[in-house]
Design a protein. Structure first.
Ligand code: BES
Ligand code: MN
Ligand code: ZN
Length: 499
């Protein structure tokens, strides 16, 4: 995890240092604390705004070096657009965009958390702080030479606020959630020679430090459970597969848990149905679902969420090999249902089939949500803006959509139904692992649904949102950490009384 920015809160009255960041909107006015700091420099800002046709639009800013009349090195005036229309998800972007403006060389930064109309609310300030950390993240563990053009930020950021203790209180849990996002990104960004199933299980085991109970199942244990689908994928690799069960019991004793399940294909070559070489390196990120579950468990445990949660991840490497499974093979899942393998590259659903069943049967969760970089087809349908949401439960779907809007981690519901389900019926087994050319994300979800045993369930296809999305205000790295903030919010809204 990178610690590029250190964040603290100070009162509005504190003297700003280094780089000063103020916010304005399309009125081009300033709030009272900002106006007080500016003092006679207000005139300078007005002239600079006129000279550069700055209109306070969202994403635009004024950048004034060595501003006369101020004891700071640089003044950035950032526009927020129409400040009355700012949504919760906008504040995190404001934080991220601020980091983008700072660049290297800024040791000290003061951000005044005020809009022209009023001081910002503690929750919005916390979002800005989270945005700062998310944007400042970079994965550079394997860069041995610091580049000259290194433009990454390393700074002490003071956020000036109306109420320091309220801001600290609001930020504490958000900071934990942000840690969880960065944990997930680190896992996704690690190279596949380093992060194979056994190593992944070791990293997940570090959650024990936060009070999470972690149980690791090896090949023998999974064989005993009859997890023939997961093991069928794993058998082509010299790296053994693992299943990891993580439990955070922060709720009432005996309360049924909620379940989160992640696809953890540490590398997906496609197996015998091998993928083309172009961009295959990105398939190190085929464990983004599992990374999200680990990041989420980190977040929930770190902020001591008052809820019982089970996190479950199926970890394998999908390789072509003399011992790899073949198209035509039939595997028997833990549920007893059989699956004919048509394409060994449709491996994620095989892994999830056994883990979903295990979680449904063992824990009887209130609901379960799985995350998986499952299909290229979901990227064709939804791009990188929405994860595909498939569910047997309208209420859970609605809650996920709301959490998506609150966090900016959006979901879009896709259909399920008997006509799609029929497409995976097989001549030789109970089902086959692909459903033909059309509706590829849906037939994948239909297979998963056959293993949830009636549990209220949602599947998030994060192939587009979890890895390789274009740089955004809050992320410039390959792994996005998508899903951690979404599901952390789902849990918060579900249990912590907002709804
Ligand atoms: N891991 C891939 C899906 C994927 C592709 C994720 C690109 C992220 C980026 C998955 O295992 C896969 O290979 N799916 C196949 C299914 C097909 C063989 C039915 C696909 O989408 O092509
Ligand atoms: Mn695949
Ligand atoms: Zn895959």
């Amino acid at each position: 995890m990178s610690d590029a920015v250190k964040i603290g809160f100070v009162p509005f009255s504190a003297a700003p240092k280094g780089v000063l960041v103020l916010f304005t909107d399309e009125s081009l006015k300033f709030g009272s604390a900002s106006a007080k700091i500016l003092g006679s420099a207000t005139e300078l800002v007005k002239r600079a705004a006129a000279a550069s046709r700055f209109k306070g639009k969202s994403g635009s800013s004024l950048d004034i070096l060595a501003p006369a009349g101020l004891k700071v090195d640089r003044l950035i005036v950032a526009g927020t657009g129409k400040s009355g229309e700012l949504k919760p998800e906008d504040y995190i972007k404001i934080g991220g965009a601020t980091v983008a403006r700072l660049k290297s060389g800024a040791d000290a930064v003061t951000i005044v958390a005020e809009l022209p109309t009023a001081a910002m609310h503690p929750a919005d300030i916390a979002s800005i702080a989270a945005g700062l950390r998310l944007r400042a993240y970079s994965f550079d563990r394997y860069k041995t030479k610091k580049k000259d053009d290194d433009s990454r930020l390393k700074a002490n950021v003071s956020i000036a606020v109306a109420d320091v203790s309220a801001a600290r209180k609001a930020f504490a849990p958000v900071d934990s959630t942000t840690d969880g996002v960065l944990v997930a990104r680190d896992l996704v960004n690690e190279p596949p020679n380093v992060l194979y199933p056994e190593e992944f299980a070791k990293r997940a085991s570090q959650l024990r430090k936060l009070g999470v109970k972690v149980e690791v199942f090896d090949t023998k244990a999974m064989t005993r459970l009859g997890m023939g689908a997961l093991l069928g994928v794993a058998q082509g690799s010299v790296r053994e597969g693992r299943m990891v069960i993580m439990r955070w019991d922060g709720g009432k004793k005996g309360d049924k848990p909620v379940g989160f399940v992640g696809k953890g294909v540490c590398f997906d070559t496609g197996g015998i149905s091998i993928k083309p070489a172009g961009n295959m390196e990105e398939m190190k990120g085929d464990m983004a679902g599992a990374a999200c579950v680990v990041g989420l468990m980190h977040a929930l445990a770190a902020r001591k969420a008052r809820v019982n949660v089970v996190g479950a991840i199926g970890l394998v490497e999908n390789m072509p090999d003399g011992n790899a499974q073949r198209p035509g093979d039939i595997v028997t899942t833990m549920s007893g249902q059989t699956i004919e393998i048509i394409n060994t590259d449709a491996e994620g659903r095989l892994v999830l089939a056994d883990v979903l069943w295990y979680v449904a049967k063992t824990f009887k969760p209130k609901f379960m949500v799985d995350l998986a970089t499952l299909t290229g087809a979901i990227m064709v349908a939804l791009g990188t803006e929405h994860a595909g949401l498939f569910s047997n439960n309208d209420e859970l779907s609605e809650r996920l959509a709301l959490a998506g809007r609150a966090t900016g981690e959006h979901v879009w519901r896709m259909p399920l139904g008997p006509a799609y389900d029929k497409l995976i019926d097989s001549k030789f087994a109970d089902m086959k692992n692909t459903g033909g050319r059309y509706g590829g994300s849906i037939t994948a979800a239909q297979l998963l649904q056959r293993f949830v045993d009636g549990t209220p369930w949602a599947h998030l296809d994060i192939a587009g949102t979890g890895i390789g999305a274009p740089a955004s205000d809050i992320n410039t790295s390959f792994g996005t950490g998508y899903g951690v903030r979404l599901l952390d919010r789902l849990v918060a809204d579900y249990y912590e009384g907002k709804k």
